[in-house]
Design a protein around this ligand. Structure first.
Ligand SMILES: Cc1ncc(COP(=O)(O)O)c(C=O)c1O
Ligand SMILES: N[C@@H](CCCC[NH3+])C(=O)O
Length: 437
């Protein structure tokens, strides 16, 4: 399973026994498999190779400099959504990396920064933004390369907090009005409208929305061209889903099958912005059991990772597989289907499994990594692996409750390197002025 597997009842990341990492770096710890990161990037590159795509790794999923560098070294550009992400991409990417800049609220300063740093394309999300970009570009005496982001009004329902292409969300230009917006900037001295962008949501487990989106995209591109815009790029965004529960995700080839025909018809270069697909299954969040507790008929595993380390379960009710790193002989070693309500759980009947909540030390009842999950009994000091934590895990981590953020380690084969050290109290207060002493 993505270079995380059990050998003799011990979880390995590539060829490193995970307990060794806990010993050396402490917990909570993000553990990344370099082979998985590269396999996943390669999978996208290979699936779309026929149309020579520009793959812009979505930095928001995981912006660690070493991971971004790995992407850049292996042919990826970057999709960014703030100046901070832009700077990460510049720092980690090779010279000339293609950087696409999306986001609904780019400030003039960010626009100027991007223009001065060779932005490949702005993904433009509103008419006001389009004119703001045009104005900044004119001030600098350049033409800004832009792709208009359409909200294609499609139904890939993900989660109310992550839907990006259903009517009424804040993203993109309405499909009904985008053509008029494009018309309004024909011949604009500060703007080169060269692309169409869409991002359908995340995560998406079906290919069909991409087929529908790409078809709508081709129709728009034809209209933009008829207006005189020289459209060269079709950017289909990110959103490809991954396996959180079992084998629910589609391979990249399934998306390629429905996107490539439209790309060919459009005569455009394809851009993709995968984030989760590359990083999601490439990491576990490793934690250690602090206490166990039973109260009010419920059983709790209190471990040292919390909502500040991985907020997805709290924020979206997301499911992450969790399993002991060294399961006892009474429980199976593969965590494939634990707790999946859509799947009859063969582990439920295991003598040592019972329904438990996996919670952290943060002072919120919503601080949990799993709820009502059939898990084996564990004891203080046991290690747990929270799977599929590589995307939007560390990237969304915070210091809530003055908890220092976790360390991150990158494994390749039998070796491992710290790619982010654990924070310290000094880091926590580094930006504060203790001015009343
Ligand atoms: C514009 C844009 N591109 C790419 C992504 C990356 O999405 P994912 O990590 O699901 O591939 C996102 C996030 O959803 C996004 O908003
Ligand atoms: N952060 C989200 C998805 C949103 C992606 C960014 N548009 C997640 O953890 O799944």
């Amino acid at each position: 399973m993505d270079h995380f597997d059990y050998r003799d009842r011990t979880l390995y990341c590539e060829d490193v026994p995970v307990p060794e990492l806990a010993e050396k770096y402490g917990t909570p710890l993000y553990v990344y498999s370099q082979a998985t990161l590269l396999d996943r990037l390669k999978e996208v590159q290979t699936a779309f190779t026929e149309v020579k795509p520009v793959i812009c790794y979505s930095v928001k999923a995981n912006g660690n400099l070493s991971i971004a560098r790995l992407m850049g070294q292996n042919g990826a550009g970057f999709d960014v959504t703030s100046q901070g992400e832009f700077q990460r991409a510049l720092k980690a990417g090779p010279t000339g990396s293609k950087i696409v800049f999306a986001g609904v609220g780019k400030s003039d300063a960010e626009i100027e920064f991007a223009l001065k740093n060779d932005v490949f394309l702005f993904d433009v999300e509103s008419e006001q933004e389009l004119h703001a970009i045009g104005a900044v570009a004119q001030k600098l005496g350049v033409k800004a390369p832009v792709a208009l982001r359409v909200n294609p009004d499609l139904p890939p329902k993900t989660h109310v907090k992550t839907d990006t292409s259903v009517k009424g969300v804040k993203f993109g230009l309405d499909i009904e009005t985008i053509v008029d917006v494009a018309k309004g900037v024909v011949g604009h001295p500060g703007l080169a409208v060269v692309g169409l962008h869409m991002h359908l949501g995340s995560p998406i487990l079906k290919a069909e929305p991409y087929r529908m989106g790409a078809e709508k995209g081709v129709a728009l591109i034809k209209q933009f061209r008829a207006q005189g815009h020289d459209i060269k790029f079709l950017n289909m965004g990110g959103g490809f889903g991954i396996n959180y529960r079992k084998d629910e995700a589609k391979p990249a080839s399934a998306f390629a099958e429905v996107i490539i025909p439209a790309v060919k018809e459009s005569g455009c270069q394809l851009i993709l912005e995968p984030g989760r697909f590359i990083a999601g299954n490439a990491a576990i969040l490793l934690s250690r059991v602090v206490f166990t507790k039973s109260t009010g008929g419920k059983h709790y595993i209190i471990q040292d990772a919390a909502m500040n380390d991985l907020i997805r379960p709290t924020l979206y009710g997301s499911f992450h597989r969790i399993w002991p790193v060294t399961p006892s002989t009474e429980v199976p070693v593969r965590p494939d289907v634990n707790g999946d309500p859509d799947d009859p759980n063969p582990f439920r009947a295991m003598p040592n499994c019972f329904t438990q909540d996996v919670v952290g030390p943060v002072c919120e009842s919503g601080d949990y990594l799993a709820k009502d999950r059939p898990l084996p009994g564990v004891k203080r000091g046991d290690l747990l692996a929270v799977f599929s934590a590589g995307a939007y895990g560390m990237a969304m981590a915070s210091n809530y409750n003055s908890r220092v953020r976790a360390a991150e380690v990158l494994v390749t084969g039998r070796t491992h390197r710290l790619i982010r050290r654990r924070e310290t109290f000094a880091d926590l207060v580094a930006c504060e002025e203790d001015c009343l002493t």
